[in-house]
Design a protein around this ligand. Structure first.
Ligand code: HEC
Length: 138
C-alpha cells in the first residue's frame, strides 16, 4: 500500500503520520505515539530513549535515559510524574533544567484555540507517556 511506503519518510521529516496508521495498533502504544516520541523527544533522548539523541552533545546536562525511569523508581513506572515532567507547566520542574522544553507550553501554541484544546494537549502528553512506559527496561 502506498501509504505504508510513505510513512517512514514522513517520520524522518517529523510531520504528522496520518491517523490511518493508528488503526493498525491494538496496543495502547502505536505508531502515533512512537512518531510523537521521535518528533518531540528523540533529538535529545535518542530514538530508543537512552539519552543519546543528536542534540545531547550540545546540552549542558545529559538528557536522562528514559528506559530507566521505572528502575530508578523501585521498579514502578512513575506515570503521573512523567506526565507532569513533560507538561512542565506544573511545578515539578520549578528548579528543573532549562534544556528540556516545557512541552505543555509548546503544545498550547501548536494546538488551535478550541474548547477541546486542553484535552488534545493532555492526550498528546498521555500518548507520549504511554510510549515511554513501553520502553522501560528491567
Ligand atoms: C532539547 C532537549 C530535550 C528534549 C527535546 C526533551 N528532553 Fe527530556 N530531558 C532533557 C534533559 C537535558 C533532561 C535532564 C534534566 C535533568 O536531569 O535535570 C531531561 C529529563 C527528562 C525526564 C526526567 C528524567 C528523570 O530521571 O527524572 C523525563 C521524564 C523526560 N526528560 C522526558 C522527555 C520526553 C517524554 C520528551 C518528549 C516529549 C523530552 N523529554 C524531550 C532534554 C530534553
Amino acid at each position: 500500500m502506498m501509504l505504508l511506503r510513505v510513512a517512514p519518510i514522513v517520520l524522518v521529516l517529523g510531520l504528522a503520520v496520518p491517523a490511518v496508521c493508528v488503526a493498525q495498533g491494538e496496543s495502547e502504544t502505536n505508531s502515533e505515539s512512537q512518531e510523537m516520541f521521535l518528533r518531540y523527544c528523540g533529538t535529545c533522548h535518542g530514538p530508543q530513549g537512552v539519552g543519546n539523541g543528536v542534540m545531547s552533545g550540545f546540552l549542558k546536562k545529559k538528557p536522562a535515559d528514559l528506559t530507566q525511569l521505572a528502575k530508578k523508581n523501585g521498579g514502578e513506572f512513575p506515570f503521573h510524574r512523567t506526565m507532569q515532567f513533560i507538561d512542565g507547566t506544573q511545578d515539578v520542574r520549578a528548579h528543573g533544567d532549562p534544556d528540556m522544553p516545557v512541552w505543555g507550553e509548546v503544545f498550547k501554541h501548536e494546538t488551535a484555540v478550541s474548547p477541546t484544546r486542553q484535552a488534545e494537549i493532555r492526550g498528546k502528553i498521555l500518548l507520549i507517556t504511554l510510549y515511554v512506559r513501553s520502553i522501560q527496561q528491567e
